[in-house]
Design a protein around this ligand. Structure first.
Ligand code: GTP
Ligand code: MG
Length: 283
């Protein structure tokens, strides 16, 4: 009995899979993240901080933390991502054409990117504190076929979009471009780029579209758990420099996320609450 217990315990202590599972199962809430050892906590709340250590001191870091909320502000923002009382988070409706989209006054943000880049997974991670909200993800590219609207009480709406590139829906251009160009309450477009491979040709077309329409957008690097830190840092710096030199409507600070490990998710929740006007005190 003692031997079995001892072996199990050893396995638990040394198995990276167990460690990973134990950590990721609880990390949707900041309260649980704060219980982690400091290094691990930092990598979840502020993934860029870990990477920065690999940079030489002379690298210009001016736009690394344009958005830099306090922990209290992140906690405040998290309240919007929990259903409580009259504040109900839920799937609202889907649309395939502009004349099918719901008429809403509340601020809206949408998520675009190549098929399979992790748009639906990111929304699922943002809503992980509301297990009743179903967001479908798939390993097969081209899974999301419609604009899917998720209502976050009366505070804002998140819109999951079909991906561009491989297996995009035939009417993608009409559906997505019209929405982005015409949606009066769209406050920000999140353009997701695979953090393991950086900006691809199809992403450049999306950037061009955002620039041409003159809409405010933000680049989010996804799947950072799949990438070695040195590779991720190189991709990050390339995107950081690209934003500075080639764009005018893009937020200067790229965000880093892992929907699997919840890295960067708490910061992004806070950013969404902020840009939709729900955290007036954050500058
Ligand atoms: N390791 C890892 N895998 C991820 C992450 N985000 C998404 N994935 C995986 O990537 C695949 C695609 O994820 P989705 O969220 O469905 O991608 P999507 O961008 O919505 O794809 P479409 O709807 O087809 O455009 C799934 O197998 C996810 O599990 C992440 O942060 N880390
Ligand atoms: Mg999807």
């Amino acid at each position: 009995m003692k031997t079995i217990f001892g072996t199990r315990r050893l396995l638990r202590v040394f198995s990276p899979l167990w460690w990973r599972h134990r950590n990721t199962a609880n990390l949707a809430s900041l309260q649980d993240v704060m219980k982690l050892p400091e290094k691990k906590r930092r990598s979840v709340v502020s993934p860029l901080e870990d990477l920065e250590k690999l940079l030489s001191l002379d690298v210009d870091r001016t736009n690394f933390r344009v958005f830099d909320p306090t922990i209290e502000e992140i906690v405040e923002a998290e309240k919007y991502f929990r259903s409580a009382g009259k504040h109900v988070i839920d799937y609202l409706t889907s649309a395939v054409r502009m004349d099918h989209v719901p008429e809403l006054q509340q601020p809206e943000v949408c998520f675009i990117g190549r098929s399979n880049v992790g748009k639906s997974s990111l929304i699922k991670a943002l809503f992980a504190l509301c297990p009743g909200v179903e967001v479908r993800v798939s390993k097969n590219p081209g899974h999301t076929k419609k604009l899917n609207f998720f209502k976050v009480g009366k505070a804002f709406t998140l819109v999951d979009m079909p991906g561009y590139g491989y297996r995009a829906p035939e009417d993608f251009v009409e559906m997505v471009e019209e929405y982005i160009q015409e949606r009066h309450n769209l406050k920000r477009t999140f353009l997701l780029v695979d953090g393991t491979i950086g900006i691809q040709k199809a992403d450049l077309i999306a950037v061009e579209m955002c620039e041409e329409f003159g809409i405010p957008y933000v680049i989010v690097m996804t799947k950072i758990d799949r990438c070695r830190p040195a590779v991720l840092l190189t991709e990050f710096m390339q995107i950081h420099d690209f934003i500075k030199s080639q764009t005018s409507g893009c937020f200067p600070q790229p965000f880093l996320v892992s929907s699997l490990h919840f890295s960067g998710i708490h910061l992004l929740r806070c950013f969404i609450a902020h840009i939709t006007g729900n955290l007036p005190k954050v500058s």
